[in-house]
Design a protein around this ligand. Structure first.
Ligand code: ADP
Length: 608
């Protein structure tokens, strides 16, 4: 059987049905067994956008999800009834509506002849339900801002806590987000991945999270005010930076301090003066190399000992030293001389002052030690020298003055006595002259201003010339002079005039202190080790052993009661100085009453 419209479907008295069909406000349709729409009531035509049913429009074909088309027909076939299928139907205009479609099968002789039913537009209902469900899920009570943003970036709803953000962005619900948050939102909606970014909004720091709402294209935007956290972090950062800076400064200061300490230690170690640091109980806490040398301490011995224990036998006594150290103040140094006797003999000048610990309290003493033994010796020599010179000058002067006065006062003096007095004045003048000559010589040599010449000197020739000078005296005293000069003789480099002076003094002394008839031997020979040796030996009166160690000292003369022989006591001092300046040595051996031998050694290669 064939049916072509509702009348065909409902048979005998279709008019009532038709009327009901036409008048119904609900959209109704009639379709054949394959789903081709046979008739639509006006409400259905409006809903589906169809005018009439020309063209054989298929209802299943209108189902937007193709997979569900076959299923729809199968349910009608099998069940005879579809109570309400929720389907997306594509209307003629292309729009898809959510529809609740019912279908009732019409069978004729057991076979499906067609079906009819209503199509209800439930788009609004579906969306409202979804919206309500969505709203139910929306965390409106969240104490932090939460906003729902749709695909277009419009805020569709927002909770109460969102007010500060909306205010800062100057928008309301229903308006589009400003550019900056929108960018983050777009990135999130593009790939559906969770996004988190920080923003400064209205002068406060916000952490914004964007998350897609499950099953939707819209997303939720969650705000968290992290101003306090950021400030705390900044504070912590600042504190960390301050700490790091302070640390770095401390490190630098420490390095500088270490460097300074090292430098100071190097200076103290290398300083020529001795430095000793003690604590309040006068125990040595530090002493440098120079101090060890001055006190002749071995190795590391020294620190930890009492200062006075390191000084040995000394003057002043340990108790007096302690007293001197006790009276030091930071602003007042104590200075005193310390004479060490054992184990080393030397004089030290000590300058002691108190040192302060970092809290400003006196923590001990610092002693600077300087060896003044030589200075003391020089001072003593100077004093002795001035005394000796004055004495040596006064003796001939007194004599000259006395005889001159006698000559002046005694007009009746005999010719012979007058001549004798004049001779004495003459001799004393010569003695003064010699003395002054020797004084000038020694002062020239010692001043260092006098430069020795540096030429090879023919020592053999010089000895002969000296002996020639002294010949009249030698002959006058009937002395026997023997010369033994090796040939060839190496020539030392030196000052001829100065060496002549040496020979005059030594040979002159031999002549002067050898009684008539005695003999003098002068020899010169090269010695192994690059030396030239000159010896002057006599058979004269000799020198007592006790005088020998002092014989080269200035003004030193052997005291010979009853046999005073003229001299200044400077001759051998001059010899010693000249020979030393030539890098040589001079020695003397003597036996009282037997004779004396003076040996001079001069280096041959060594320049002056
Ligand atoms: P002086 O001008 O008194 O000779 P010197 O310095 O030359 O001074 O000598 C110092 C002293 O050494 C002399 O006073 C003398 O007593 C002693 N002396 C030096 N040479 C001899 C010598 N060959 N024989 C004995 N005594 C000597």
């Amino acid at each position: 059987m064939e049916i072509s419209n509702i009348s065909g479907l409902f048979g005998s008295d279709p008019n009532w049905y038709r009327l009901a069909f036409q008048m119904s406000a609900d959209p109704w349709y009639v379709a054949d067994a394959s789903g081709i729409i046979l008739e639509l009531n006006p409400a259905a035509e409006r809903l589906l956008g169809l005018r009439g049913v020309e063209g054989g429009q298929s209802l299943p074909e209108m189902i937007a999800e193709p997979d569900r088309r076959g299923d729809f027909l199968r349910r009608i076939e099998q069940d005879g009834l579809v109570r309400e299928a929720r389907l997306g139907l594509e209307t003629q205009g292309g729009a898809v509506i959510d529809a609740a479609v019912t279908a009732t099968a019409v069978r004729v002789e057991g076979r499906l002849a067609g079906f009819f039913g209503s199509i209800r537009d439930v788009t609004l209902e579906t969306r409202t339900c979804a919206l309500l469900a969505d709203m139910a899920r929306f965390p409106a009570d969240d104490p932090n801002p939460v906003m729902r943003i749709n695909e277009a970036g419009v805020v569709t709803y927002a909770n109460v806590a969102s007010a500060p953000l909306l205010d800062a962005w100057s928008i309301q619900v229903g308006q589009t987000l400003p550019w900056e948050p929108l960018e983050g939102v777009r990135r999130c909606s593009a790939d559906g991945r969770f996004r988190q970014f920080e923003m400064t909004i209205g002068g406060r720091a916000w952490l914004i999270d964007c998350a897609r709402v499950a099953g939707q294209k819209s997303l939720n935007l969650y705000g968290l005010d992290i101003t306090a956290r950021r400030e705390a972090e900044l504070d912590a950062g600042r504190q960390a930076a301050d700490l790091a800076r302070a640390n770095a400064q401390l490190k630098l200061a420490n390095e500088r301090l270490n460097e300074e300490a090292k430098r100071l230690e190097l200076i103290v170690r290398g300083i020529g003066d001795g430095v000793i640091v003690t604590d309040l109980k006068h125990r040595v806490t530090m002493l440098n190399r120079a101090a060890r040398e001055l006190l002749e301490l071995k190795g590391r011995a020294g620190t930890g000992n009492l200062l006075t224990a390191l000084l040995g036998d000394c003057a002043p006594e340990p108790e007096r030293i302690k007293e001197a150290l006790e009276s030091c103040r930071p602003d007042r140094a104590e200075e005193f001389l310390l004479v060490l006797r054992e184990p080393c003999a030397r004089t030290l000048r000590i300058v002691a002052s108190a040192w302060l610990d970092p809290s400003g309290r006196v923590a001990g003493r610092v002693l600077i030690l300087r060896d003044v033994t030589r200075e003391q010796e020089i001072d003593r020599l100077k004093t002795d020298f001035v005394g000796s010179v004055s004495h040596e000058l006064r003796t001939p002067l007194t004599s000259i003055k006395g005889f001159t006065k006698a000559l002046r006062q005694d007009g009746s003096m005999s010719e012979a006595m007058r001549n004798q007095f004049l001779d004495i004045i003459d001799q004393e003048t010569l003695r003064l002259e010699a003395l002054i000559e020797d004084l000038l010589e020694i002062s020239r040599l010692e001043s260092g201003r006098f430069q020795l010449e540096r030429h090879p000197v023919d020592v053999g020739g010089l000895i002969e010339a000296t002996c020639e000078t002294l010949e009249p005296t030698i002959e006058g005293s009937a002395l026997n002079l023997k010369l033994d000069i090796a040939s060839p003789l190496p020539a030392p480099i030196g000052d001829r005039t100065a060496l002549h002076r040496v020979l005059i003094n030594i040979i002159g002394n031999a002549v002067k202190f050898t009684p008539a008839g005695g003999s003098i031997s002068v020899g010169a020979a090269a010695e192994g080790g690059g030396h030239l040796t000159i010896t002057v030996a006599d058979t004269g009166i000799g020198i007592p052993q006790t005088d020998l160690p002092h014989i080269f000292e200035r003004f030193y003369r052997v005291h010979r009661p009853g046999t005073e022989i003229a001299g200044t006591g400077l001759g051998l001092a001059i010899v010693h100085e000249i020979v030393q300046r030539h890098g040589g040595t001079v020695g003397i051996e003597s036996e009282l009453g037997q004779g004396t031998k003076v040996t001079v050694k001069l280096p041959v290669q060594r320049p002056v």
